[in-house]
Design a protein. Structure first.
Length: 250
């Protein structure tokens, strides 16, 4: 066996182990955070006004926050535009990646092929716009820190390497799909011997490891935000609040 074959074998073992570790960390880290949100007591109403006064209205408020970023629209139109385009392009890119996980490939994914490059470029450009905004505006530069820059640079790197392996320095799609399906079926095979693909995959795994412990968790946390999902009820404000912990201390 040649030295290069030994190198790729060892690298495959490392990437496969990292992939399973990242998947486990992502799933259980995300569940742990969301369960923590769910178990956090909210004895007092905590609604931002003007807020909905019914449960149905509160649900609609959360849905508008998730789909059209309603509060962001009222706060900063340029940030709203960049963030909405970023999330929409990301959703399209993730949906197109079903071609690597499914067999047969859904027909809608195949229909997206002519515009796939457009969504990839839009995703990368919007990530760069949000990164520029962090540096370019004094008020965002003041409140930004290293994690804010890191995650945007990481997403930009994922977008750039993904576009290059798809449209310029091509990787064998059969090898990629075989590798991904092997991971999913717990029958892993050797990683494709393509350095740029390995870089792209490594950045994605790094993002999966980082996600449950970062600000990106707003993707799930928005559903547990009491200021969004609680209806505003005036009669609750007039009731005297009794701390349940006081009874436990007696």
């Amino acid at each position: 066996m040649e030295a290069s074959d030994i190198f790729w074998k060892l690298l495959s073992f490392f990437i496969i182990g990292l992939a399973y570790f990242a998947a486990i960390t992502f799933v259980f880290g995300l569940l742990r955070k969301l369960v923590g949100y769910l178990r956090t007591p909210m004895p007092l109403p905590h609604t931002l006004t003007p807020g909905a006064t019914t449960e149905g209205g509160a649900i609609l408020r959360v849905l508008t926050e998730v789909t059209i970023f309603r509060s962001l629209w009222t706060a900063d139109r340029w940030l709203w535009a960049g963030a909405w385009v970023f999330h929409a392009a990301l959703a399209a890119v993730l949906f197109r990646h079903l071609r690597y996980f499914t067999y047969p490939i859904p027909s809608l994914v195949l229909y997206m092929e002519p515009v796939a490059l457009f969504f990839g470029a839009l995703f990368g450009a919007s990530a760069l716009f949000l990164l520029w905004r962090r540096f370019g505006l004094p008020r965002t530069l003041y409140i930004s820190n290293i994690p804010d820059y890191f995650v945007l640079a990481l997403l930009g790197g994922i977008a750039g390497t993904g576009m290059m392996v798809s449209y310029w320095l091509h990787v064998n799609l059969v090898d990629v799909k075989g590798f991904i399906l092997g991971l999913m079926t717990l029958h892993p095979v050797e990683v494709p011997r393509h350095p740029l693909f390995l870089l792209h995959l490594s950045l994605v795994l790094l993002l999966m490891l980082y996600f449950p412990f970062s600000k990106l968790l707003h993707a799930g946390g928005v559903f547990f935000s009491p200021s969004r999902h609680q209806p505003y009820q005036i009669q609750q404000r007039s009731k005297r609040y009794v701390n349940p912990l006081d009874h436990q201390r007696e």
